[in-house]
Design a protein around this ligand. Structure first.
Ligand SMILES: Cc1cc2nc3c(=O)[nH]c(=O)nc-3n(C[C@H](O)[C@H](O)[C@H](O)COP(=O)(O)OP(=O)(O)OC[C@H]3O[C@@H](n4cnc5c(N)ncnc54)[C@H](O)[C@@H]3O)c2cc1C
Length: 357
C-alpha cells in the first residue's frame, strides 16, 4: 500500500476540531484540519455573547444528570476522562486563566472568546498541525484498512484515520451545515432527525405588546404538557421582540425537542409573581444554539468515539446526537469527545506502526 499522506485528517475546524488537532499535536500524531470556511472557529467566537462560557464548575455527576438521557450515558466516558477540572487545568497550563461565576459558569478570565480562539490557533501552529481553509470536504472513502481518501473540490488527501467534527446544523452561516452527517450516512450511519435545542419561543402579538423587552432573573419555569408538569428549569428569562428566550426558556426548548412534546405551556414563577405562558411556536433550528439530533449514538463506541460500522472513522462534538443545557455543557462535550477520540486514535496508530515494524 502507498504510505498515506498523513496520520489523521480532522474535518471541521470548530471547537471539537481545534481540540482534536491540538491533542493530536500533543500526542505527536501527524494531522491536518480541513475547514470549509475562510475563517475557522466562527461559532466558538460567538459563544457566550463573545465571552465564551467554556465549561461548568459543577461536578461531572451533576452535569451528566443535566444532560439527561440518552446523552448522559454516552458522554460519561468522555466527561470522566476529560472533565471540566482537566479542561481548566489544561487552559491554565497553556496560558489561558479561567474564572467561575457564582452560577458555576466558567469563562476565560479575560471574558473574550477571541482569547480561546487564539489559544487554539497558537497551539496548532506550535505543533505544526496544518489548517486548510476554504476546504469543504465532500467525500470520504475507506480504501483499505488504515487508509482513507478525503476529497474537497480542490484536493485529494490520504490518511490512516478520519475524524468528523463538522458540528450540528444550527447557525449555518458559521459553516455547520450537516455535511459530516451526510458523509457518514453515505457510509451507512443513521442520522436522527434534527430539532432545535436551546431556542426561544414566539409569543402572541398581544402578549408582546403588553411586555416590554427586558431581562428577568431567578425565574423557575415549569413545562406543562398534556396537563402535567414534565420538567422544571431555572435562570434568566429574557423578553425579546419576538417572544421569550434566556436560559430558563432555552433549556426548556431542548427538553421539549428531546421528548417530542406538543402544545406545551409554561408556568413561570418570578420570585412569587406567577405567569402562565402559552408560546405560539419554537424559534427555527437555524437560530438554535445547539442541534438536537445527529449521528445516532448506538452506532458509535462511547469509549473511543470510533464508528461501530466503519473502522477508522471517528466523531467528535455536535455532529453526534448530543446536546446539553446552557452553561458551558456543549463546549465541554465537544472538547471531551475530541480528547477521547484522539486518545484512541493515538493508541491504534501506534499499534499499527509497531505491527508494520
Ligand atoms: C450563538 C451561540 C452561542 C453559544 N454559546 C455557547 C457557550 O457559551 N457555551 C457552550 O458550551 N456552548 C455554546 N454554544 C454551542 C457551541 O458553540 C457548540 O456546541 C460547539 O461549537 C460545537 O462544536 P463543534 O466543533 O462540534 O461544531 P462547530 O463549532 O459548529 O464547528 C464545526 C466546523 O466544521 C466546519 N465544517 C462543516 N462542514 C465541513 C466540511 N464539509 N468540510 C470542512 N469543514 C466543515 C464548519 O465550518 C465549522 O467550522 C453556542 C452556540 C451558538 C450558536
Amino acid at each position: 500500500m502507498n504510505k498515506p499522506a498523513t496520520d489523521l485528517i480532522i474535518i471541521g475546524g470548530g471547537a471539537a476540531g481545534f481540540m482534536a488537532g491540538v491533542t493530536a499535536g500533543e500526542r505527536k500524531i501527524r494531522a491536518v484540519i480541513l475547514e470549509r470556511c475562510p475563517k475557522p472557529g466562527r461559532k466558538l467566537l460567538m459563544c457566550g455573547n463573545n465571552r465564551c462560557n467554556i465549561t461548568s464548575a459543577l461536578p461531572v455527576k451533576e452535569m451528566l444528570a443535566d444532560f439527561g438521557d440518552p446523552v448522559a450515558p454516552f458522554l460519561e466516558p468522555a466527561l470522566t476522562a476529560f472533565p471540566p477540572s482537566a479542561l481548566r487545568d489544561w487552559c491554565h497550563k497553556n496560558g489561558l486563566p479561567t474564572k467561575m461565576q457564582r452560577d458555576k459558569r466558567v469563562y476565560p478570565a479575560s471574558e473574550k472568546a477571541s482569547d480561546v480562539h487564539h489559544l487554539f490557533t497558537d497551539l496548532l501552529a506550535k505543533y505544526n498541525i496544518g489548517l486548510m481553509l476554504n476546504s469543504a470536504v465532500n467525500r470520504i472513502t475507506p480504501l483499505q484498512p488504515g487508509e482513507w481518501l478525503v476529497k474537497t473540490d480542490g484536493v485529494e488527501l490520504t490518511a490512516r484515520a478520519v475524524l468528523l467534527a463538522t458540528g450540528g446544523v444550527s447557525y449555518p452561516k458559521t459553516g455547520s451545515v450537516g455535511d459530516g452527517q451526510k458523509m457518514a450516512a453515505a457510509l451507512g450511519h443513521k442520522v436522527t432527525p434534527y430539532r432545535p435545542g436551546l431556542a426561544g419561543f414566539d409569543m402572541p402579538p398581544a402578549w408582546i405588546a403588553a411586555n416590554p423587552v427586558r431581562s428577568i432573573p431567578n425565574v423557575k419555569l415549569k413545562i406543562i404538557a398534556g396537563g402535567k408538569a414534565v420538567a422544571t428549569t431555572e435562570g434568566f428569562l429574557e423578553i425579546e421582540k419576538y417572544g421569550i428566550s434566556g436560559p430558563a426558556v432555552t433549556n426548556a426548548s431542548r427538553i421539549i425537542s428531546r421528548q417530542n412534546l406538543k402544545n406545551c405551556s409554561f408556568e413561570v414563577d418570578m420570585n412569587g409573581k406567577k405567569w402562565t405562558l402559552h408560546p405560539l411556536r419554537m424559534r427555527p433550528l437555524k437560530e438554535a444554539m445547539v442541534t438536537v439530533g445527529g449521528i445516532a449514538l448506538n452506532e458509535v463506541d462511547s469509549h473511543t468515539m470510533e464508528s461501530k460500522k466503519v473502522p477508522g472513522l471517528f466523531f467528535a462534538g455536535e455532529i453526534l446526537d448530543i446536546d446539553g443545557p446552557s452553561g458551558g455543557y456543549n463546549l465541554q462535550a465537544a472538547f471531551s469527545t475530541a480528547r477521547l477520540a484522539i486518545s484512541d486514535i493515538a493508541r491504534k496508530l501506534k499499534v499499527h506502526s509497531s505491527q508494520r515494524g
